[in-house]
Design a protein around this ligand. Sequence first.
Ligand SMILES: [Cu+2]
Length: 163
Amino acid sequence: MKKTKLLTTLPIAIAASMMLASCGDGGGSASTSAGGPPVEVTIQANDQMKFDVHLIEAKPGQPVQVTLKNVGTMPKVSMGHNFVVLDGKVTPEAFIEASMMQMANDYVAPEMTTHVIAHTKLLGPGEFDTITFNAPKEAGDYPFVCSFPGHYAIGMKGVLSVK
Ligand SMILES: [Cu+2]
């Protein structure tokens, strides 16, 4: 009698503990991957062509979740923003120059995608996009930019520091 009761209640107990775990810190299922719990970053981009975050720190191989929010009000065609992390094997300047005519590709030149670790969509006012990627396994500083023409030069840039 005792035995059967244990057997029937056990699955419920397991289910309950799983629910508790998933409601925990929001770290979610990604926390089980090799690089440890993800770094979560929210970056705002505005009409003044500024990011409010210029440094992201991660461990080698650690998952990184970036949410880019365009908090501006100007139209996407004149003031769109994206977030592009580069592999360090191409300069941001070369990447931006190659991408400046690539509006249809969210200003990410197809021939440059091998140098792109990750990128968001190009966002119009009030839009946001969330991407998750793994930080490079090699320690170093990896540049990130907004590749909308002119924005990098004004300062829409930063560094993913892996160490
Ligand atoms: Cu921008």
